[in-house]
Structures are given as structure tokens and as C-alpha cells.
Design a protein around this ligand. Structure first.
Ligand code: MG
Length: 146
């Protein structure tokens, strides 16, 4: 299965205390590496070990290389990264009026925090798992569907 994760408010917290995050080392703090949700790297490893293709699908314009390097400092090596630039291109090309359309990138399951994306999934027939900020069960929620 091809699985994607949203970044902002799903894996990357909006503030310091919105959900538990992985510990950052001195290097990560020095280079301004963003905090990431606790156990993200474990989950990526678990999903990859199960044979899934796992990546990032974000509507952020962050540079891909920077994202990749920052994720690598946590031991996370996504199979793909889709940012807003490609997302917009695909949505425009297909004339689809929504914020994300995972089927355009052959994604089978997308994990996000946005109820709007869940709604879009129902409208445009794609699979989502919605994780709330205070979702302590998020790992099991994802694992049970993959
Ligand atoms: Mg989000």
C-alpha cells in the first residue's frame, strides 16, 4: 500500500505543547530542525517493514531537500515527498477543486489532521485517517488500517 502523511498539525505540532514530540538533540536544535510527533520514526519503520511505501504529502511550500534532511536527523527516510507545488499542478491539471487528492499520486491511504480532507475523501473517494492533536491512540489507529 502507498501511505502518505500530512506534516503540519499531523506530524509537526503547531506549538510546543500540542502533542508529545521526539527529543531533539543539540544538533537538531542548533539547525532549527522542527519538532516531530513522538514515535513517528518508529511508525515509519514499522510500516516500511510491512512492505508499505510511506511518504509525505503536504500543502506546505517547504523546500524538499530541507525537509528530507530534517526528517533524516530523526532517522526518517520517506519514500516520497509531495509538496504544494506538485499538488497544485496535479489539481489544476485534473481540474479538481480540493486541497489534496491522493489518487493523483497513486496514494492508497492518506493520514491528516484536517476534517476538511476527510470530507474531500468522502466526496472524491479516497481513503483517509484523521488524527487529532490530542489523539493518544494515533499509532494504533494507523497500524490497524495498514
Ligand atoms: Mg495539517
Amino acid at each position: 500500500m502507498v501511505i502518505s502523511f500530512d506534516l503540519d498539525d499531523t506530524l509537526i505540532p503547531p506549538g510546543e505543547t500540542d502533542f508529545p514530540t521526539e527529543r531533539r538533540n543539540v544538533f537538531q536544535k542548533l539547525f532549527g530542525v522542527e519538532r516531530i510527533r513522538y514515535k513517528t520514526s518508529e511508525l515509519f519503520q514499522h510500516l516500511k517493514a510491512q512492505g508499505h511505501t510511506v511518504g509525505i504529502y503536504t500543502t506546505s511550500y517547504r523546500p524538499k531537500l530541507k525537509l528530507r534532511l530534517h526528517l533524516l536527523t530523526y532517522g526518517i527516510n520517506p519514500d516520497f515527498i509531495i509538496t504544494e507545488k506538485e499538488n497544485r499542478q496535479q489539481l489544476t491539471k485534473r481540474q479538481i477543486n480540493c486541497s489534496k487528492y491522493p489518487p493523483a499520486f497513486n496514494i492508497d491511504l492518506h493520514i491528516d489532521d484536517s476534517p476538511g480532507v476527510e470530507q474531500e475523501g468522502q466526496t472524491f473517494s479516497f481513503q483517509t485517517i484523521i488524527i487529532k492533536k490530542d489523539d493518544t491512540d494515533w499509532l494504533d489507529k494507523v497500524k490497524s488500517r495498514c
